[in-house]
Ligand binder design. Structure first.
Ligand code: UDP
Ligand code: MG
Length: 167
């Protein structure tokens, strides 16, 4: 069954110049990339993204981590992978959450680390299941930024919306 998965290359992945390696590893899945962009992550977006972990003691640290405060890289790369079994294929390649427990040949096993303060710097995010994927993709992307129709959309008319265009 075709599925969509949100992938984030986290700030440590960008700082370590791993973008190419990670995309090459993910291309083993033969999935299609249907959306991609660089994002400067606001506190609100990071908190929404990790809302299921808000009661954990490490919540504050992972919000800082996703915002790039720990790496002086205030951006992440967000992508949507699409195709047969996308979530399990991408999670398999990503490896376990804890990089020390991850298969050493997986992306997290190869490139992740645990900081002295205990944060799992594990290089990428991959959606855990279909409902998380839908919630996350809707959080990170507008419908027009995705080149296939993943979820129902509606047209709205906005009056006097101020936006930037090329000068
Ligand atoms: N995390 C952590 N310590 C933990 C659990 C999670 O630092 O004990 C971080 C880690 O960066 C992880 C993120 O919080 O990727 C989100 O946790 P989740 O349980 O959703 O793991 P994932 O789905 O990313 O494998
Ligand atoms: Mg998760």
């Amino acid at each position: 069954m075709n599925q969509a998965a949100l992938i984030l290359i986290k700030p440590d992945g960008l700082k370590k110049s791993l973008t190419g390696n990670i995309l090459t590893r993910l291309s083993e899945t033969k999935l299609e990339i249907v959306a991609a962009k660089m994002v400067r992550v606001s506190k609100a977006l990071a908190e929404d993204h990790y809302q299921h972990l808000k009661d954990k003691p490490f919540f504050g640290d992972i919000i800082k981590y996703l915002q790039g405060d720990l790496h002086d890289r205030k951006k992440v790369m967000a992508l949507v992978y699409w195709g047969e079994g996308a979530i399990s294929k991408c999670r398999q390649l990503a490896g376990a959450t804890n990089p020390e427990e991850a298969d050493p040949t997986s992306i997290r096993g190869s490139y992740g680390r645990i900081t002295t303060s205990g944060v799992y710097e594990n290089v990428i995010h991959v959606s855990s299941n279909e409902s998380d994927a839908e919630r996350e993709i809707k959080l990170w992307f507008n419908p027009d930024e995705i080149i296939v129709k993943l979820y129902p959309i509606k047209a709205i008319e906005e009056e006097k919306v101020k936006k930037n265009t090329w000068a």
